[in-house]
Each structure stands twice: as structure tokens, then as C-alpha cells.
Write a protein that binds this ligand. Sequence first.
Ligand code: SF4
Length: 89
Amino acid sequence: MSPVPSQPALRPVVDYNRCDGKGVCTQVCPWSVFEIQMLSAAQRGPLSLSGKLRSLLHSGRQAAVARPADCHACGACVRECPEEAIRLV
Ligand code: SF4
């Protein structure tokens, strides 16, 4: 009998062109996967013009996936993010 292939782990990804840094994800995640942090220059680089303006409005502070390995793929952050900025991949 062949072994059952394991399911690849799902991890949250934040669309920084949409994130407003409101921190709802930090409140709803039961495993404290997110932190509100300053975006790095590497994270800011690929933003669209509107994403850069949005980031400036929030002093560059947006939701970071600080502990991706702790994600249990419950989907709460995806459902509750007011900007629909999070997806599981
Ligand atoms: S899917 Fe659940 S466990 Fe994973 S980051 Fe979102 S809220 Fe946290």
C-alpha cells in the first residue's frame, strides 16, 4: 500500500496594497501569528502607488506574518480582515 501524501501546510499571506494595519488579524488569530510592524524596504518596494500612499498613511505599520509556522489554517483572519487583505496559500 502506498503512503497517503501529506497535505501541504497553509500559511497566511498579507496583500500590503490592501492592508490598513488596523490589527483585526492580531485580535482574531487564536495562535498570535500576526504582529503590526513597520514594513521593510523590500516589502515596500513592490507596492503599487496607492499601496505606497496607504502605507504612508499608516506610517508604514501593517500586519506582518510573524509566526507562520503557528498557523492552524482556521481562516478567522481571512474572514475578519476588513480590507480582505489576507489569504491562505
Ligand atoms: S488562519 Fe487562523 S491560525 Fe492561521 S493566521 Fe489566520 S487566524 Fe491565525
